[in-house]
Ligand binder design. Structure first.
Ligand SMILES: O=C(O)c1cc(C(=O)O)c2c(n1)C(=O)C(=O)c1cc(C(=O)O)[nH]c1-2
Length: 252
């Protein structure tokens, strides 16, 4: 039997997965942040990424429904509030819809999730199912892609502000808020995984869960690229440029 890695070495193994596989490396993000996306490519990204946003609280509720330890549930439940909002916090889902309006989309159209690419649905639904069906350790490990998210959020804010007329503080408030919210989640999640992955076998399971999650993120961008960039082959039923525009917004 192989020995478990030390905490530090196991954390380094997890971080290496991010360095090699996180979706900040995907060409769609380079195109988006570098100002090379057309207005319709940005709209397609906003529509599809909304499906991820709308599913994250369901994923976290699925997780919590399986947790017997009240302390773990207490630590986890702010994730749902961060997205769904509270009396004093607008919440990430409404902030994302503000971004949708800023890029000229009708918020009800985006919230309906009509027009989402089939591959986006498959990938995101697979994540929700993974969290429902796998061990709690694998579910928490899968959330650790968020270790790598602050960097991409910061470069997205900078890139969008620099390159797109729609971008301002209100439109991008989703990302600024995540910069404040995500660190507490990942600090907790990482410590929990390091504490609980105390055998080589559990470490392998956790690492594989993180790899699975990087695939969930990567395949959404592959789907966007194939449908709207090259070869620009939009699957039946998916959003077509000109659809779902906000009243008064112009087709690009
Ligand atoms: O913009 C991004 O690149 C990005 C990535 C991720 C991620 O790594 O899963 C999340 C988010 N954003 C995000 O905003 C968010 O709320 C979030 C929750 C989770 C999760 O798995 O529980 N990931 C992410």
């Amino acid at each position: 039997m192989t020995d478990a890695l030390s905490r530090a070495d196991f954390e380094a193994r997890l971080r290496r997965i991010g360095a090699e596989r996180y979706h900040d490396l995907h060409p769609f993000h380079h195109r988006l942040h570098g100002g090379d996306c057309s207005p319709d490519e940005v709209r397609a990204w906003v529509i599809n990424r909304y499906y991820y946003q709308h599913s994250i609280p369901m994923k976290d509720a699925a997780f919590m429904s399986r947790v017997e330890d009240p302390d773990l549930r207490r630590a986890w439940r702010s994730r749902i509030e961060d997205h769904d909002g509270t009396e004093t916090n607008e919440g990430g889902i409404r902030r994302w819809l503000r971004l949708a309006e800023a890029v000229g989309l009708d918020r009800d159209y985006v919230a309906s999730c009509e027009g989402v690419l089939p591959a986006t649905r498959f990938a995101v639904d697979a994540y929700v199912r993974f969290v429902r069906d796998k061990s709690l350790l694998e579910a928490v490990a899968a959330s650790l892609t968020e270790l790598f998210a602050p960097k991409i959020h910061a470069s997205r804010i900078e890139g969008l502000l620099q390159n797109y007329a729609f971008a301002d503080d209100a439109a991008l408030s989703y990302f600024r808020n995540r910069l404040k919210e995500a660190p507490k989640d990942v600090a907790f999640g990482l410590a929990w995984v390091l504490d609980h992955a105390d055998t080589a076998e559990k470490q392998d399971h956790a690492a594989r869960a993180l790899i699975f999650k990087t695939d969930v993120l990567w395949s959404q961008l592959d789907a966007l690229w194939g449908a709207y960039v090259d070869p620009a082959r939009i699957p039946p039923g998916a959003w077509r440029p000109g659809e779902g525009l906000a009243p008064g917004a112009e087709a690009a």
